[in-house]
Design a protein around this ligand. Structure first.
Ligand code: TTP
Length: 677
């Protein structure tokens, strides 16, 4: 539901910058011979030449639309150049476009200088240019300038009356330089000049053209730059003066408004008979609140008047990462093994982007969500929505793959109802999966410490992970699997709107061509060891020790994620003295095998018995024994959790939040959980 925020000031200057036919421009930069030709980017599949996802303006003028398939586009415009989206892991690989989007954001954010810059999607940015416009108005107002750039003079000023035969650019110059104008519009006049210059620079530095909407708030800049897109694109800018807002809004179909395209918009139409924003004006705030609650009611009342307090967030990085694919028509997935195959591919791609984000931006994600679309062929209830499921995100490809599949199975059980899915292999199976995606959200910065978290993980490679006898020292925390710990609550997010085949995820990561593999390196080393030895498996709560034998000799074990949290402390052995002191309040009690690597070369049953006997004290640490620099390098959430260990007589909870939202539980274990055996 939308949230109503009071407008801080209506004298702001907000720009919404949107790249023109973005994927086409990216391809044209790669192949300059395509410039100026009718071109479309297509997600290829055998059916009718694949789906068009981006269409150049030359092709649009020949009647080619995004909804067409390759063959239709050829029929409409025989000379059209169709460029296929690169493919990796059997699906569209959007890395090139993501990188190009990051490049644009980088340039825009530098040009915007002091202004806040928010990356809104793969090719859209919001800018708060209020400070820059105020400075210009104070120091060099437009009327004092000797000349105004041509690009600024080509702006479209909504609501500006223009007589036939008027000199278009002259009218714009007059509007920008009006001395008697309202201060809000004077600021917009400055915004016009600033944005025109910015767009020119973006073109120069990236070779991409863009269009922009400039208004007093975010909602208006977005709305009108979007609305104007058919009309005032490509490479143009549209300005929304204060006085023009109400008139422009009143005839606008309600469903065109941001956040009103879905259920809320439909409810306004069916329940209140509202078709245009003008219709909405007839309802008092109280009346709207009666229908939709206080917050949404106020938001609706505001939005009908073009009021929006939404701030431009200073955020240049995506809020989430996702990877998805659709399986239309006969390609719908119908077996668990097929679903698992695709989830593995999607998880790999997701992990690549998470790793890149971790390395480049020092950010970690904490929630993994699975979305799918499905139908049940033999049911009257075939429109039932496939539930989305979330769980805490564990780093490591295999862990994400495992959790994604567990989430899928939990969702499938719910989707199929009490009778459950038919056994695999049974031809009467009634479910079909037409879309799958995995996404990582709740991304937070790792606090900047003395050195990076990656270096910390790297340093794990220097700790011999095999003992002298060649036995690995792996500690596996027995923790709830995704299916057990996943939030049963349906995710608010839905499967992103998908073109025919591969889901295009709008929030993207920056460059992905990195080779960050620290975590895998650690485990490759581990996996190179072979062991039939019994290992101690501390439980998540840290209060029990189980012993199980396991053989590590399979190459699949190679990248099985990070070591457990216990490993982090393995070089902080409790000294005998410390052990005696572990009953003191200020100790950390983590149950595990002894941190001393050499001592674990022989994990006999006696040793295990000893561990059982001492289980509450064996891993006792004095607070002072924990090296602060190691502590500082841990992700913030983990630090928080560790603090709960450090508090006297307190242990972390098991990872399930009371709210039922698994994602909210910031368990240490969710970063370090090993694979479920
Ligand atoms: P848009 O900004 O919606 O469109 P566009 O940049 O192609 O064209 P316009 O000039 O009208 O803004 O989308 C940005 C890119 O996102 C687009 O080039 C291709 C991709 N995309 C998809 O892959 N699938 C989709 O359904 C949409 C809408 C876009």
């Amino acid at each position: 539901m939308p949230v109503a925020r009071p407008e801080t000031s209506d004298a702001r200057v907000i720009a919404h910058v949107d790249m023109d036919c973005f994927y086409v421009q990216v391809e044209q930069r790669k192949q300059p011979e395509l410039r100026g030709l009718p071109t479309a980017v297509v997600q290829y599949n055998e059916w009718q030449g694949g789906a068009l996802i981006a269409v150049s303006y030359e092709a649009r003028s020949c009647g080619v639309k995004r909804s067409m398939r390759g063959e239709e586009a050829k029929a409409a415009c025989p000379e059209i150049q169709l460029v296929q989206v690169p493919v990796a892991r059997g699906k569209a690989d959007l890395n090139t476009y993501r990188s190009a989007g990051s490049e644009v954001v980088g340039v825009v954010s530098i040009l915007a200088q002091s202004g806040k810059c928010e990356r809104a999607s793969i090719d859209e940015v919001y800018l708060d240019l209020t400070d820059a416009a105020e400075s210009m108005l104070a120091d060099a107002p437009p009327e004092s300038l000797e000349s105004i750039d041509e690009e600024a003079l080509k702006s479209h000023i909504l609501g500006m009356s223009r007589e036939d035969g008027d000199d278009f650019k002259e009218s714009v110059r007059d509007w920008i330089c009006r001395k008697d104008a309202d201060r809000r519009d004077k600021l917009l006049g400055c915004g016009i000049i600033i944005v025109a210059e910015l767009r020119k620079q973006v073109l120069k530095e990236t070779e991409f053209s863009c269009s922009a909407g400039i208004a007093h708030n975010k909602a208006r800049s977005y709305l009108f730059s979007k609305l104007a897109s058919g009309m005032n694109k490509p490479a143009q800018q549209t300005v929304v003066p204060y006085a023009a807002v109400q008139e422009l809004l009143s005839s606008l179909p309600i469903k065109k408004m941001k956040q009103l395209g879905g259920k809320l918009g439909t409810s306004l139409q069916t329940d209140l008979g509202i078709d245009t924003v003008g219709d909405l004006l007839q309802f008092s705030e109280t009346k709207l609140q009666e229908h939709y609650g206080i917050n949404t009611g106020t938001w609706l009342w505001n939005i009908a008047r073009g009021i929006s307090g939404e701030e431009v967030q200073g955020r240049l990085l995506p809020k989430s990462h996702g990877s998805g694919k659709t399986f239309p028509g006969p390609r719908a997935l119908r077996s668990l093994s097929n679903v698992q195959h695709w989830l593995n591919q999607l998880s790999e791609e997701l992990y690549e982007r998470l790793s890149s984000d971790l390395e480049q931006n020092k950010r970690i994600a904490s929630t993994l969500t699975l979305h799918a679309s499905a139908f049940r062929s033999k049911d009257s209830d075939s429109h039932k929505k496939f539930p989305s499921k979330s769980c805490p995100l564990r780093y490591g490809v295999a862990k994400i793959q495992e959790d994604a599949f567990n989430l899928f199975q939990a969702a499938l059980r719910e989707y199929m109802g009490p009778f459950g899915p038919k056994p695999q292999g049974n031809k009467k199976e009634t479910w079909r999966i037409t879309g799958l995606s995995v996404s990582a959200s709740k991304i937070v910065d790792i606090p900047s410490g003395t050195s990076s978290i990656m270096r910390y993980f790297q340093s794990q490679t220097t700790i011999p992970s095999c003992s002298a006898s060649g036995f690995p020292q792996e500690h596996v925390a027995v923790t709830p699997s995704a299916s057990e710990s996943c939030s049963e609550q349906k995710s608010a997010e839905t499967l992103p709107a998908m073109p025919e085949e591969d889901i295009t995820v709008t929030y993207t990561s920056p460059d992905l061509d990195n080779s960050y593999r620290d975590i895998d390196i650690v485990l490759e080393k581990d996996a190179s060891c072979q062991s039939n030895e019994a290992k101690e498996f501390p439980t998540q709560s840290g209060t029990q020790t189980k012993t199980i034998g396991r053989k590590i000799n399979n190459s699949k074990e190679k990248n099985r994620g990070m070591p457990s949290i216990v490993d982090i402390f393995k070089n902080y052995n409790a000294s005998p003295q410390a052990k005696e002191e572990t009953q003191e309040d200020s100790t950390v009690s983590l149950t595990s095998n002894r941190g001393n690597l050499s001592s674990s070369t022989n994990h006999s049953s006696e040793v295990n018995q000893e561990v059982e006997d001492r289980r509450d004290t064996e891993w006792g640490y004095k607070v002072g024994e924990i090296d602060q620099s190691v502590f500082d390098e841990l992700p913030y959430e983990i630090q928080r959790e560790l603090r709960s260990f450090l508090r006297p007589n307190k242990r972390p909870n098991s990872g399930k939040s009371k709210s039922g939202d698994g994602s909210a539980s910031s368990s240490i274990a969710h970063y370090f959980q090993p694979l479920k055996r």
